[in-house]
Design a protein around this ligand. Sequence first.
Ligand SMILES: Cc1cc2nc3c(=O)[nH]c(=O)nc-3n(C[C@H](O)[C@H](O)[C@H](O)COP(=O)(O)O)c2cc1C
Length: 164
Amino acid sequence: MIETILNRKSVRKYLDKEIEDEKVQTLLKAGMAAPSGKDIRPWELVVVTERSVLSAMAEGLPYAKMLNEAPLAIVVCGDIEKSPYWYLDCSAVTQNILLAAEALGLGAVWTATYPYEERMQVAKEQLALPDKIFSLCVIPIGYPATPYKPREKFDPKKVHYNRW
Ligand SMILES: Cc1cc2nc3c(=O)[nH]c(=O)nc-3n(C[C@H](O)[C@H](O)[C@H](O)COP(=O)(O)O)c2cc1C
């Protein structure tokens, strides 16, 4: 588990290879295993495999061009009527999916829609989301096309013991 956390990295190039259904189910289960405020679980997950929808989102989202190559994307959304903290809970879902992807030998990346109105509008239109469902991010997922190395990020200067 610790190895998975330390090895996770954003993967933006994928092989032309489908992801097995069983792995997709594991990603979804991992996502929904996330903690949430008051255990409200305001999340809704949209699995996108249709090439036309992946391409349309790539077209509309400035930093998600890798959707053109990805065999699949999971769009993490939240019901804003269920919780004012939907984006915090959905961030936990997203990180769980990214970690599960790493554990399954897949590559994935968080591409933001929230809090950018224009990007959220792209997801809303392409996925026919109801008004109360906001998208937090689109996660393109695939088998990594090249080996990726995680960056070393640990910085002891950012650790404070007992007080600043
Ligand atoms: C809130 C958030 C939004 C992000 N949005 C994008 C994005 O739109 N496009 C993208 O390629 N990467 C995006 N990323 C990924 C970051 O660029 C990446 O996590 C960061 O560069 C560190 O690299 P690593 O994930 O490989 O450790 C986002 C990450 C977070 C947490």
